[in-house]
Ligand binder design. Structure first.
Ligand code: FES
Ligand SMILES: [Fe+2]
Length: 360
């Protein structure tokens, strides 16, 4: 992959080169410089609702492949810890469930649910033992809307990243959202993860790709707002569509907002609708395949509805264009394109952030 530079002036800029989406070197840089340094989705608080519960998981399987587990200790604290025993490296927690202590099935080393070393047979004569290095390493863990987010080595705090979302939507009852597992859906997309994100970050394609959504939106008023590590697309509703009612004094008061589409660098999306939140995590499986996870959260008094049918239809329409672009970027005759300054500010923002960490 050659070096590239996404010009800060969108009118002068060209997009990421096709080689970025194809190259193993670029993918390696994304992995080390972006995926380990920002925040990833790690499940739902309800999965370890009871004190004493633990749940093992792999962070970005096939890419980061980091064995971790979540725990809810007896004091009510949540932790995300390395799932690798500090003795010889065996995987410690093998299944989700309730535990008093975590005992390694190789040589019996024991840890508390907070990751602290507790005991180990036959180590009485070992000097300077136990030390800090014998505890399980802790991973940064944050919650928002009852979702867990983790980062191996965060460059920016989660609260700083999501501050614009919290401020803008402070009137909504985020702490009362109800997860609806029936609506969970995972989509396997045969394309590079960043092509999926590129597509998400512009409403330019809506009239061409989403006839259903296009009828609900007043596209002339579709708007983009850029923040340091997140950006927002505001979809204004056409007559007769269900919309938000921001309180008096709020900057959106009086606007017929159909949806707030929030994206958090690099791969998290919070789509807010009057009924609740459709959260998406865009997880690379490798440089050419992506798992897109949809999770739905309802506001109190919003019953489970059929909105998910529209979400599903829109997803299939997006997948089909994104997979087509994946074929297109293999071409010897395409390298990169230009941006529409009015419609592609979100994509430009994303690609500039990518460029801060890759292609230098
Ligand atoms: S690897 Fe865990 S006790 Fe030896
Ligand atoms: Fe779309």
């Amino acid at each position: 992959m050659k070096k590239f530079n996404i010009h800060q002036d969108i009118r002068k800029a060209t997009t990421l080169p096709a080689s970025f989406y194809r190259s193993a070197t670029a993918f390696e840089q994304v992995k080390e410089n972006i995926f380990t340094r920002f925040w990833q989705y790690a499940g739902d608080k309800n999965e370890i609702a009871k004190a004493g519960e633990v749940k093992p998981f792999t962070l970005l399987p096939g890419v980061l492949n980091e064995p971790l587990f979540l725990s809810h200790d007896r004091k009510g604290q949540f932790h995300c810890l390395s799932n690798v025993c500090t003795h010889r490296g065996k995987i410690l927690v093998e299944e989700a469930g309730e535990q008093r202590l975590l005992s390694c099935r190789y040589h019996g080393r024991c840890f508390g649910l907070d990751g602290k070393f507790r005991s180990m047979p036959a180590f009485e004569e070992t000097e300077n033992f136990p030390s800090e290095a014998d505890h399980l390493p802790a991973v940064s863990l944050e919650t928002f809307m009852n979702l867990f987010f983790v980062s191996l080595n965060p460059l920016v705090s989660f609260s700083e990243m999501i501050q614009p979302i919290k401020e803008r939507l402070s009137w909504l009852p985020f702490d009362q959202l109800r997860h609806e597992p029936k609506a969970n859906a995972d989509y396997h997309v045969k394309a590079n993860w960043a092509l999926y994100v590129d597509n998400y970050l512009e409403g330019f394609h809506i009239p061409f790709v989403h006839p259903g959504l296009n009828e609900a939106l007043e596209l002339e008023e579709y708007d983009y707002e850029i923040f340091p590590y997140c950006n927002l697309q505001v979809g204004i509703a056409n007559e007769g569509e269900l919309c938000f009612h921001p309180p008096e004094g709020h900057m959106d008061h009086g606007k017929k907002v159909l949806a707030y589409y929030w994206w958090l660098f690099p791969n998290l999306m919070f789509n807010l609708y009057p009924w609740g939140v459709s959260f998406n995590s865009i997880e690379a499986l490798n440089s050419q395949e992506t798992m897109v996870r949809f999770r739905s959260y309802y506001f109190p008094d919003s019953p489970y509805q059929e909105e998910n049918k529209t979400l599903h239809q829109t997803e299939l329409e997006d997948e089909s264009v994104v997979e087509s672009v994946q074929l297109g970027i293999q071409s010897r005759l395409y390298n990169s394109g230009r941006f529409s300054p009015s419609m592609e500010r979100g994509v430009h923002h994303f690609q500039r952030l990518i460029n801060r960490f890759v292609g230098k």
